[in-house]
Design a protein around this ligand. Sequence first.
Ligand code: HEM
Ligand SMILES: *[C@@H]1O[C@H](CO)[C@@H](O)[C@H](O)[C@H]1NC(C)=O
Ligand SMILES: *[C@@H]1O[C@H](CO)[C@@H](O)[C@H](O)[C@H]1NC(C)=O
Ligand SMILES: *[C@@H]1O[C@H](CO)[C@@H](O)[C@H](O)[C@H]1NC(C)=O
Length: 356
Amino acid sequence: MASLKTFTSCFVISSLLLACSWFVAIEAHGSAPIVKGLSWTFYESSCPKVESIIRKELKKVFKKDIGQAAGLLRLHFHDCFVQGCDGSVLLDRSASGPSEQDAPPNLTLRAEAFKIIEQLRSLVHKACGRVVSCSDIVAISARDSVFLSGGPDYDVPLGRRDGLNFATQDATNANLPPPSANADTILSSLSTKNLDATDVVALSGGHTIGIGHCSSFTDRLYPTQDSTMDKTFANNLKKTCPKADTNATTVLDIRSPNKFDNKYYVDLMNRQGLFTSDQDLYVNKRTRGIVTSFAVNETLFFEKFVLSMTKMGQLSVLTGNQGEIRAKCSVRNSDNTYIKLETEVEEGIEALSLFK
Ligand code: HEM
Ligand SMILES: *[C@@H]1O[C@H](CO)[C@@H](O)[C@H](O)[C@H]1NC(C)=O
Ligand SMILES: *[C@@H]1O[C@H](CO)[C@@H](O)[C@H](O)[C@H]1NC(C)=O
Ligand SMILES: *[C@@H]1O[C@H](CO)[C@@H](O)[C@H](O)[C@H]1NC(C)=O
């Protein structure tokens, strides 16, 4: 009876495919619902070691440079927000035109993050063959980045397939709000993805690790200083960025820049949030109380962050026979000359065996 109702509402809003797949959530883990086609045990028989291979490798990577964790977490966010978690952010521009990567928000993604994902793919495919998608590798890497930086560990539903389509620059810009956006803008932007105020505040907590470039926040310093910003904090930022376009970076969370904790919210309460999109969460009436609740209770933040990440990680995913499993994360299989040869050889062998 309950499922019948679900399908009715799903039919009525069938034009909203995204919302539809969300409501058809049929399984639960903790209290995180999962969309049809993904599973908590997807690679149990085809690649049981996938998660341990990735974690082991990332431990090595982060031991050398914990900053890479932030790069990988952000990569998953960009992948999911633009055209769904389909690995499209990983695609290099092709002969057929520019890609998601050419849009301004890409320009501050870390080049190393792309390399790490490709390295993980190669390790995983060596162990299991071409069965694990690049988009799943990105999702698992984001989780491990959170955990290995001191945050919560959590299960990631798996079974995403890699997209065949590039996202346009317009789609990229439209789906990734700028750091100059205020909380109302962020709230309405994320509500189109079924993410509510708690999700907005929890996901923004990703800014508890990592760095930002001057150009992402100097609009708050020049020509006039944002009055909501703590004065000492502002003066220090001006030293790092003497000009609006100085090519330098600073940490997103001054209290514990490399640790995944709830200090980001303490920063906001002290008017030391770096971007307008951060600080305004403590100005806006709809989000201020949530910020405070996370600042005083890290367990609560971790709990909500996991729920919101699980939601974000399932945005418009491709499953089943949709998309493909890329043999190289930056190239669609149809553009991959090596794969073409491999497939032709396989088909040739199959054809030969018919005559046996
Ligand atoms: C809500 C809207 C968001 C806005 C406006 C935003 C904006 C930004 C900007 C401008 C930067 C710095 C880019 C640079 O100057 O180098 C950044 C960095 C970062 N963002 Fe966000 N972000 C948002 C949401 C998220 C979410 C949902 C996550 C993950 C859960 C996330 C994780 C990160 C991380 C980890 C970094 C640091 C990256 C690094 O150190 O390489 N952000 N974000
Ligand atoms: C997108 O950013 C990554 C990381 O900086 C870089 O490796 C890649 O070449 C960029 N893509 C384009 C098309 O500029
Ligand atoms: C910014 O500085 C870095 C490191 O010094 C350099 O690699 C990069 O090319 C510079 N970017 C711009 C836009 O000048
Ligand atoms: C903090 O949040 C957790 C998780 O929701 C809750 O169980 C706990 O009671 C909260 N602690 C306090 C001191 O409110």
